[in-house]
Design a protein around this ligand. Structure first.
Ligand code: PXP
Length: 242
């Protein structure tokens, strides 16, 4: 099963916003990520616009070649968010339960407690022909409810996997392996994201069946900085002294 890599570009927008200019250019970064092989671009616009701004979400929507690259918008389903994604019509909307001021997403939906809230939202998004994923942990009953209320996919919150991986990778992967098998049985697609990186990704992929997509941001940007550093320092030095 081919698993798509969707690159989360929030951090690029954060860097741009810190300087008040358009450097680095978020659209250009998305374009280059696709050129180098990214199969998706993910954004997680937040209400305070501290990284991706509303205007970025719309510009990416107009600009991304969604025939070759998926556009995934994540976020808490506020009325404003729903209105925005229904206008943009990305390839996928991933709903996360974190409140607007959360530093980052740190848990999945309790689909049983939130059944009615989510069912209405899913109904509305599906009526706009949107593919919808719910950010989830590995509880079978909650996964089953995700399917019942109409989600197309779930995205596993992999923060706990990443945390446990260093201690005991077999133990870390177990709940995800069996929950992914369960998802296949009930016919709901599986994505994953959060704290995946060059150390823990391969093991995750090897053990989680039918993994459709991973979205990766923080570690991928860290790796771009580190792997780029070796090239960039000599480039500046050559300008000074060659
Ligand atoms: N999935 C969701 C729902 C997220 O909120 C994030 C972080 O924005 C990610 C995936 C990607 O996590 P990371 O930046 O740790 O790769």
């Amino acid at each position: 099963m081919h698993t798509k890599l969707s690159v989360n570009i929030n951090k690029i927008a954060l860097l741009r916003n810190s300087r008040g200019s358009n450097i680095p250019d978020v659209l250009q970064f998305a374009k280059d990520a696709i050129r180098y092989g990214a199969e998706g671009i993910t954004i997680h616009p937040r209400e305070d616009e501290r990284h991706i701004k509303r205007v970025d979400a719309f510009e990416l929507g107009a600009f991304l070649p969604t025939d070759v690259c998926e556009y995934n918008i994540e976020g808490y389903p506020s009325a404003e968010f729903i209105k925005m994604v229904c206008k943009i019509k990305p390839t996928q909307v991933t709903l996360v339960p974190d409140l607007p001021d959360a530093l980052t997403s740190s848990e999945g939906w309790d689909t049983i407690q939130q059944e009615h809230f989510l069912k209405d939202i899913l109904h509305e998004l599906k009526s706009h022909d949107l593919r919808v994923a719910l950010f989830m942990e590995t509880d079978f009953k909650k996964l089953e409810m995700a399917k019942q209320i109409g989600a197309d996919r779930i995205e596993f919150y992999t923060g706990q996997y990443a945390e446990d991986f260093a201690d005991n990778k077999e133990r870390a992967i177990k709940p995800f392996e069996s929950a992914a098998l369960f998802c296949s049985e009930i016919g709901i697609g599986v994505n994953a994201g959060h704290d995946l990186n060059l150390d823990n990704l391969k093991f995750f992929k090897q053990h989680v069946p039918n993994l459709l997509e991973v979205s990766i941001g923080h570690a991928l940007v860290r790796d771009c900085l580190y792997l780029g550093l070796e090239n960039v320092i000599p480039m500046y030095k050559r300008l000074l002294n060659d």
